[in-house]
Ligand binder design. Structure first.
Ligand SMILES: [Zn+2]
Ligand SMILES: [Zn+2]
Length: 328
């Protein structure tokens, strides 16, 4: 069932009114308003829960620098790859949002769990927000366009506004495919569970590897590198796709938005920085369209397909001499 934004109370009010048609128009306008996610619709509020959590993760990230070890660096690299490459790029973005390929359900759920490790909200929140971004890119209602300010596009939109993570019914209008699936609904509600579980695992492994007398330092060091520093840098890498790749880089395709191909954001995110390619061909599972446009996230999808775990992989075809966005 497609969720609706209209509460029972509002429906009753609408029914009680003699002039039904204006009431319906009013509700329709409210629905439209609620789905507008740009800066002017956030009423300048600050989401304190998110802001305090982000502050704590940044403090933890700085603290991590005093606990360097090669083991902790390895924990950082493994967790970053799982959360940002597999979780955000391969799962949330290319599979769940744009359906650029298909996988068996158990693979879809596993990679989605990896996405939860990035602390970017559950799949329904992420997918709905990103679909709104593609619908209104750099126009009114875009949740994070640099037209509303560079800081707003980077992190301001996360720190301000409504706590939409739990508004599943509202967001569900943009992700009905996910709201029909109880596993995605559960993961959206309890998106922090995989992160907490992985943190506990890091504490245990860190303590075990450190050995007697160094349990606390070992556990704390691995947690700070595998979770706090890793989450913080992963967030900024993802946010750069919203800020930097709508500001700086080359435009291969004349898309209606300001998206750009930015090599250093692509490096940090495993290929998500080829953002102009992506806005031109949103369904393509491959974002790096030239041989030199490295796209680690696509290589992961390619590997999945070779293992028989991914099919119907969509790959954009374009004429280098006459590049045109899809649908033109
Ligand atoms: Zn974009
Ligand atoms: Zn996208």
């Amino acid at each position: 069932m497609t969720p609706t934004l209209i509460s029972t109370e509002e429906t009753k009010t609408a029914q009680a009114r003699p002039a039904a048609i204006p009431a319906v128009v009013e509700i329709k306008q409210k629905v439209k308003q609620d789905l507008r996610m740009g800066r002017e619709y956030q009423q300048g509020r600050i989401n304190w829960v998110t802001t305090i959590a982000m502050g704590l993760f940044h403090v933890g990230a700085i603290a991590a620098l005093f606990f360097f070890s090669w083991t902790n660096l390895a924990a950082f690299a493994i967790m970053y790859f799982l959360a940002i490459n597999v979780g955000i790029g391969v799962a949330y973005h290319r599979l769940l949002t744009h359906r650029g390929y298909r996988t068996p359900k158990w693979v879809e759920y596993f990679v989605t769990m990896c996405g939860c490790l990035a602390l970017e909200g559950g799949p329904i929140f992420w997918v709905a927000t990103h679909r709104v971004h593609h619908q209104n890119s750099d126009n009114e209602g875009d949740p994070h366009t640099p037209h509303d300010g560079t800081w707003w596009a980077h992190a301001g939109w996360i720190l301000s506004g409504r706590a939409m993570h739990s508004e599943t019914a509202l967001l569900g209008r943009y992700a009905p495919d996910l709201t029909r699936d109880p596993v995605h609904v559960w993961l959206s509600k309890y998106h922090y569970v995989p992160l907490v579980a992985s943190g506990v695992l890091q504490i245990i492994i860190g303590a075990a590897l450190a050995g007697p007398g160094h349990y606390v330092i070992g556990a704390l060091g691995m947690l700070l590198w595998g979770t706090f520093l890793r989450v913080t840098l992963g967030l900024h890498a993802t946010w750069l796709v919203n800020s930097a790749t709508h500001l700086w880089g080359k435009r291969r395709f004349e898309t209606k938005d300001d998206s750009r191909n930015n090599w250093w954001v692509a490096l940090l995110t495993g290929g998500e920085g080829w953002h102009n390619n992506h806005h031109a061909h949103p369904v393509s599972a491959r974002h790096g369209l030239a041989w030199y446009e490295f796209d680690i996230n696509y290589y992961c999808i390619w590997l999945l397909s070779k293992l028989g775990l991914a099919e119907k992989v969509q790959i954009a075809k374009f004429d280098k001499n006459n590049p045109k966005p899809a649908g033109i």
